[in-house]
Design a protein around this ligand. Structure first.
Ligand code: GUN
Length: 291
């Protein structure tokens, strides 16, 4: 059986059309939603994410400030910049691109962002509220995954979901959202990670398998149940001399073999990625509305 492709680009563009209307309405009331993005260093993947965020802001008519700082920026200077954005009335959302250089304390920076502008949903206050099922900014990739599942009419309630990966950005929060007593939740959730024993035995029981482990093509067809829904969060660069840029992007799932086994699957690129950026825009518009 060949899987149906879950077209993240298409679903994201539909959500962005609705957002565009929300932005127009806010602008009529004299409010232009604004996003501040800070990139420290020159990591190529981070640079391309930040460029995609800038483009999304332009497309939606959002105000954006994009600050690019050198790798050797001090923690003190970065914290001062975040504080400036916390106090800037034109900025509704602040995003500090991760990972940060090693000499900067990431948790300290995340905690310096005002929870009212935490459109990444990484601040402990946002995470705590999410865990409690309270209204808050939800982290963008996990929220995007839930939206993808809902738009693709995947039955989440009561499903056996296996999440592979336990990062603070994806694995832990998406497991929590899937568990939550809300639409797109109510699943039975198992989380696998680098210390999990007999991982394939567990992943093969998944009705929905979410791969967020950050290892190229880690999930192979023999780890997937026939007819499972496969969500691939990974974006990995692998060398490919046949490409002009010298690499190609692959997910955490070996797509070609998984495609034959799954009932629905997200591609890389064009699956989860566009949803992440869309949910960032969604949070920024929501924050402007709360202004
Ligand atoms: N690095 C990779 N994903 C993300 C994200 O969603 N937000 C931020 N700030 N950094 C990231």
């Amino acid at each position: 059986m060949a899987a149906e492709i879950i077209d993240g680009k298409l679903i994201a563009s539909q959500i962005r059309e609705d957002l565009k209307k929300d932005v127009e309405k806010l602008k009529k009331d004299g409010i232009t939603p604004g996003l501040g993005v800070i990139l420290v260093g020159a990591d190529p993947a981070s640079k391309s994410y930040v460029t995609a965020k800038e483009r999304a802001c332009d497309d939606l008519g959002l105000y954006s400030e994009n600050i690019k700082l050198p790798e050797d920026t001090s923690e003190k200077d970065l914290l001062a910049l975040v504080e400036e954005m916390n106090n800037n009335p034109k900025i509704d959302g602040i995003l500090v691109q991760l990972p940060l250089p090693k000499h900067i304390d990431t948790d300290k920076v995340i905690m310096s962002i005002s929870p009212s502008k935490d459109v990444d949903g990484f601040h402990p206050e946002s995470i705590g509220k999410m865990l409690m099922g309270k209204d808050t900014f939800l982290p963008c990739t996990p929220h995007g995954i839930i939206k993808l599942l809902l738009h693709s009419k995947v039955q989440v309630e009561g499903a056996n979901v296996v999440v592979v990966g336990r990062s603070n950005i994806v694995g832990k929060p998406v497991a929590n959202l899937l568990l939550d007593k809300s639409e797109g939740g109510n699943a039975t959730v198992t989380v696998c990670h680098s210390r999990t024993k007999n991982m394939a035995e567990i992943t093969k029981k998944a009705d929905i398998l979410i791969a967020a482990i950050g290892k190229a093509e880690f999930i192979t067809a023999d780890m997937i149940k026939d007819g499972a829904v496969v969500i691939d969060v990974g974006v990995n660069r692998v060398e490919d001399s046949s490409k002009k840029r010298g690499y190609r992007l692959v997910g955490d799932v070996e797509f070609n073999t998984a495609f034959e086994k799954a009932s629905k699957i997200t591609p890389v690129p064009g699956g989860v990625g566009p949803m992440t950026i869309t949910m960032l825009m969604y949070n920024t518009v929501e924050s402007a509305r709360n202004r």
